[in-house]
Design a protein around this ligand. Structure first.
Ligand SMILES: C[S@@+](CC[C@H](N)C(=O)[O-])C[C@H]1O[C@@H](n2cnc3c(N)ncnc32)[C@H](O)[C@@H]1O
Length: 499
């Protein structure tokens, strides 16, 4: 490995990248890393690679802006519609119809997350499948969250305009039925499909999920394909554990076929289920009843017989035969995060200790059901808690988030307005109202709510934890809201453009 940089800058920097972004740069790739940092340095405001690395190493953590710039130089945005057809065949033929049936029966929405969505082709492909399937039932009862670390990709995704290259393995009728031709041989996704996907920034290496705040809880399906190829095995295992907590019992986790073939040791908490065209991971549902799938069958983990198992980490600089990561590198963390905190701690408005305890217990039940995705039950328990103490803003906020997940946006808005009536400084209520207005295309209203939230956040220290947020800091929420506002500006610009 030849590098002009003094030792140990590159090993230290590759460690930082692994911690902050999950990205894996072993020694063989340090020359490649050096070139990429050289390319990123001007955007990071630094004159050269060495100064850039020293500056980034000297700070306690990377800012979101720095992370985004690094992401745009270190990750690859390779994707297209209906990539890896086998996955989509199984989703369309098996997984989504079952999820839609169960959700309809439980009067809730199917919740899907495309993690590492790149420029949007993957989540829009899923939205197209849902649209096709809902033609039999009349309406789609699903929401799709699509996240990525690279803001340039996210902006392109939200635009929904693509060139021929994005359709390189896509049947022609999909383009004809779901896209409108635009200038210069480009194609724009139909608004009804675009509306079904919510794009936002999320760094998978950060412990910000599962969370009711960013919509990464109580999910039925997580699709995270061709993302872990950049990650160290330790990071992949950590993400796998968080995905497991993000899913409801019986929920599915989809990797690309090549990732499945090398990853069984990394996701011991999941069951592997093989279908004719793809193999998927599933969160065991042994404690919950579910629909049966007659021709699915569990298969044992793929063993690599003589010791070393293949990890996923394969930066583009590694040759295929070098993609072997000894299992000894994969530290087996054993601790699991406990049940997320319950939203009742703000229950202090009634001095009667018994009433207070009863209220806390009821909120606790509501939160526990919500964490398991049993939203109708969660709403029922939350209603009971509010009957005991009508003046607690946190309980109304909890009900709002449950109603939101049930797809009851108007009722959720009502609960949020009550929350703010009881506590006008309830930042998360302003934020959630902003999100709901965004979904209704009320961009000006959304902007107003986001501005209120930002004004309140400006008064608080960056590192302070937000109440009712499962560990989110004030600073992090500020970053999230600022990204959401960029989305609004893009939409407003777009609306003006199309007027
Ligand atoms: C090759 S693309 C995969 C796109 C799509 N999932 C597919 O299979 O076609 C990998 C994506 O992962 C994203 N990514 C890389 N590191 C990430 C991280 N730490 N958090 C979130 N996304 C990340 C990249 O920005 C990129 O968009």
């Amino acid at each position: 490995m030849q590098t002009a940089l003094p030792h140990p800058l590159l090993p230290q920097f590759s460690k930082l990248l692994e911690m902050a972004m999950g990205l894996y740069y072993p020694e063989k790739c340090w020359t490649d890393l050096e070139h990429r940092i050289a390319a990123a340095a001007p955007a990071l405001g630094m004159a050269n690679t060495e100064e850039c690395i020293r500056k980034l190493l000297s700070a306690s953590s990377l800012t979101q802006g720095q992370t985004q710039i690094l992401a745009s130089h270190l990750t690859i945005g390779e994707t297209y519609f209906f990539r890896e057809k086998g996955c989509f065949d199984v989703l369309e033929g098996r997984i989504l119809p079952e999820l839609m049936r169960v959700a309809a029966r439980e009067h809730r929405q199917v919740r899907i997350w495309s993690a590492g969505c790149c420029t949007g082709e993957e989540p829009y492909s899923i939205a197209i499948l849902l649209d096709r399937l809902s033609q039999h039932t009349g309406e789609s009862n699903a929401t799709i969250l699509a996240t990525d670390i690279n803001p340039i990709f996210l902006n392109k995704a939200a635009d929904g305009v693509y060139n021929e290259w994005s359709f390189r393995a896509t049947p022609g009728w999909i383009k004809e039925r779901y896209f409108k031709p635009r200038k210069n041989g480009r194609f724009e996704i139909l608004p009804r499909i675009r509306k079904q996907v919510n794009f936002s920034y999320l760094n998978l290496a950060e412990e910000v999920y599962p969370s009711i705040i960013n919509g990464t809880d109580a999910l039925d399906l997580i699709v995270c394909r061709n993302v872990f190829i950049y990650f160290s095995p330790d990071s992949v295992m950590k993400i796998g554990k968080s995905f497991h907590r993000s899913l409801v019992k019986g929920g599915w986790f989809v990797l690309s076929p090549v990732e499945v073939s090398v990853s069984s040791q990394l996701f011991p908490q999941f069951e592997l289920t093989a279908f004719p065209d793809a193999t998927l991971y599933r969160k065991s549902d042994s404690l919950a009843p579910r629909e049966t799938m007659p021709d699915e069958y569990p298969i044992p983990p793929l063993e690599s017989v003589n010791g070393p198992a293949r990890g996923l980490a394969s930066p583009s600089c590694l040759q295929d035969e070098e993609m072997h990561v000894s299992l000894t590198c994969v530290s087996a963390e054993t601790s699991n995060r406990g049940t997320p905190e319950i939203s009742a701690h703000a229950a202090g408005t009634d001095n009667n200790v018994e009433v207070h305890d009863e209220f806390e217990d009821l909120c606790h039940m509501a939160q526990s059901y919500a964490n398991q995705g049993e939203l109708t039950e969660a709403a029922r328990w939350c209603g009971k808690a509010i009957a005991v103490n009508k003046l607690n803003p946190a309980a109304h906020y909890l009900l709002a988030t449950i109603r939101q997940e049930l797809g009851q946006a108007p009722a959720a808005k009502q609960s949020l307005i009550r929350t703010l009536y009881l506590d006008p400084d309830f930042v998360l209520a302003h934020f959630t109202l902003g999100n709901l207005c965004m979904l209704d295309d009320q961009h000006r209203e959304a902007e107003r709510h986001f501005d209120n939230a930002l004004a309140l956040l400006a008064l608080r220290p960056h590192d302070e934890l937000l109440p009712e947020s499962n560990g989110l800091t004030m600073g992090r929420l500020k970053d999230v809201i600022e990204s959401a506002r960029l989305g609004i500006f893009a939409r407003l610009g777009k609306d003006k453009h199309s007027d």
